[in-house]
Design a binder for this molecule. Structure first.
Ligand code: BT5
Length: 231
């Protein structure tokens, strides 16, 4: 992938900004901001985006829209962290964690055949008080600041590679997600809008959904409308 990077010092949300570039911007457009004033997670949740973190969105144009694309972002983040000696795991479907703290989240949105893939990664930024104990940053883990440009460069390399793998064979991406989800076999609570589910994760199916054993019945949880909490 040939990336074209647009750098902003401040923006409401890089996803919103990137969305505004459709349909004129080519695939591979990357929007990076030093700070977001209205960073978003899924379902309107807010994403803390102070100075020092990596807040970016890329425009992709896959042949068809596929929810498994979110895994591409999570794998790229996990590999980037690996380059810095940080061992991360992926919490289905869109989170990257180090130990029991979240370090990164991926938000994919769709517009006019484009996928806007937003990635937030805590690098050198402060963790806001309300997230203390539940979030971490590269700086917290390594005990030193890291060069954000180097992080961005690595992340785009890994993203390009995983996207290529995804286009060739999405099952390979799912297979890799299975390997890096330490939750398989674990008892979890899946929070949903309507009703929560409590069960044991059997696996992640080829289509990217979660297979849950709830009282002996296999329940398929489709990507997008759930989040997972360890009991
Ligand atoms: C996500 O949502 O994890 C997706 C986050 C995507 C953020 C990127 S930044 C660039 C691009 N532009 C945007 O506006 N967004 C994308 P979700 O799974 O819904 O998780 C949201 C939850 O994560 C919040 O409710 C908090 O509990 C937690 N959280 C918020 N800010 C955080 C941070 N900086 N680090 C770790 N956890 C955070």
């Amino acid at each position: 992938m040939k990336w074209k990077i647009l750098r902003l010092s401040e923006v409401d949300s890089t996803n919103e900004y990137a969305k505004g570039l459709i349909p004129d911007a080519p695939e591979g457009t990357v929007v990076v901001a030093k700070r977001q004033t209205a960073g978003r997670g899924r379902k309107g949740r807010s994403w803390a985006s102070p100075k020092g973190g990596l807040w970016m969105s890329v425009l992709l144009k896959p042949p068809k829209i596929d929810p498994r694309l979110v895994f591409v972002g999570a794998l790229a983040v996990a590999d980037t962290l690996g380059d810095f000696g940080i061992e991360a795991w992926i919490k289905w479907p869109n989170d990257v964690w180090v130990g029991n703290r979240k370090i990164s989240g991926v938000l994919t949105e769709v517009k006019r055949g484009y996928v806007i893939m937003g990635i937030g990664l805590n690098v050198n930024n402060e963790i806001p008080e309300e997230l203390e104990g539940s979030a971490t940053s590269m700086r917290d883990i390594l005990g030193r600041s890291v060069g954000i440009e180097e992080v961005l460069k690595r992340l785009l390399e890994h993203l390009g590679r995983w996207y290529k793998t995804f286009l060739e064979n999405p099952y390979l991406v799912v297979e890799e997600i299975r390997k890096r989800t330490i939750l398989i076999g674990k008892e979890v609570r899946v929070l949903r809008d309507d009703n929560d589910l409590v069960g044991r994760i059997i696996n992640i199916s080829d289509d990217g959904s979660l297979l849950l054993d709830v009282d002996g019945q296999t329940v398929k949880v489709v990507y997008g409308d759930v989040s997972v909490r360890i009991n």
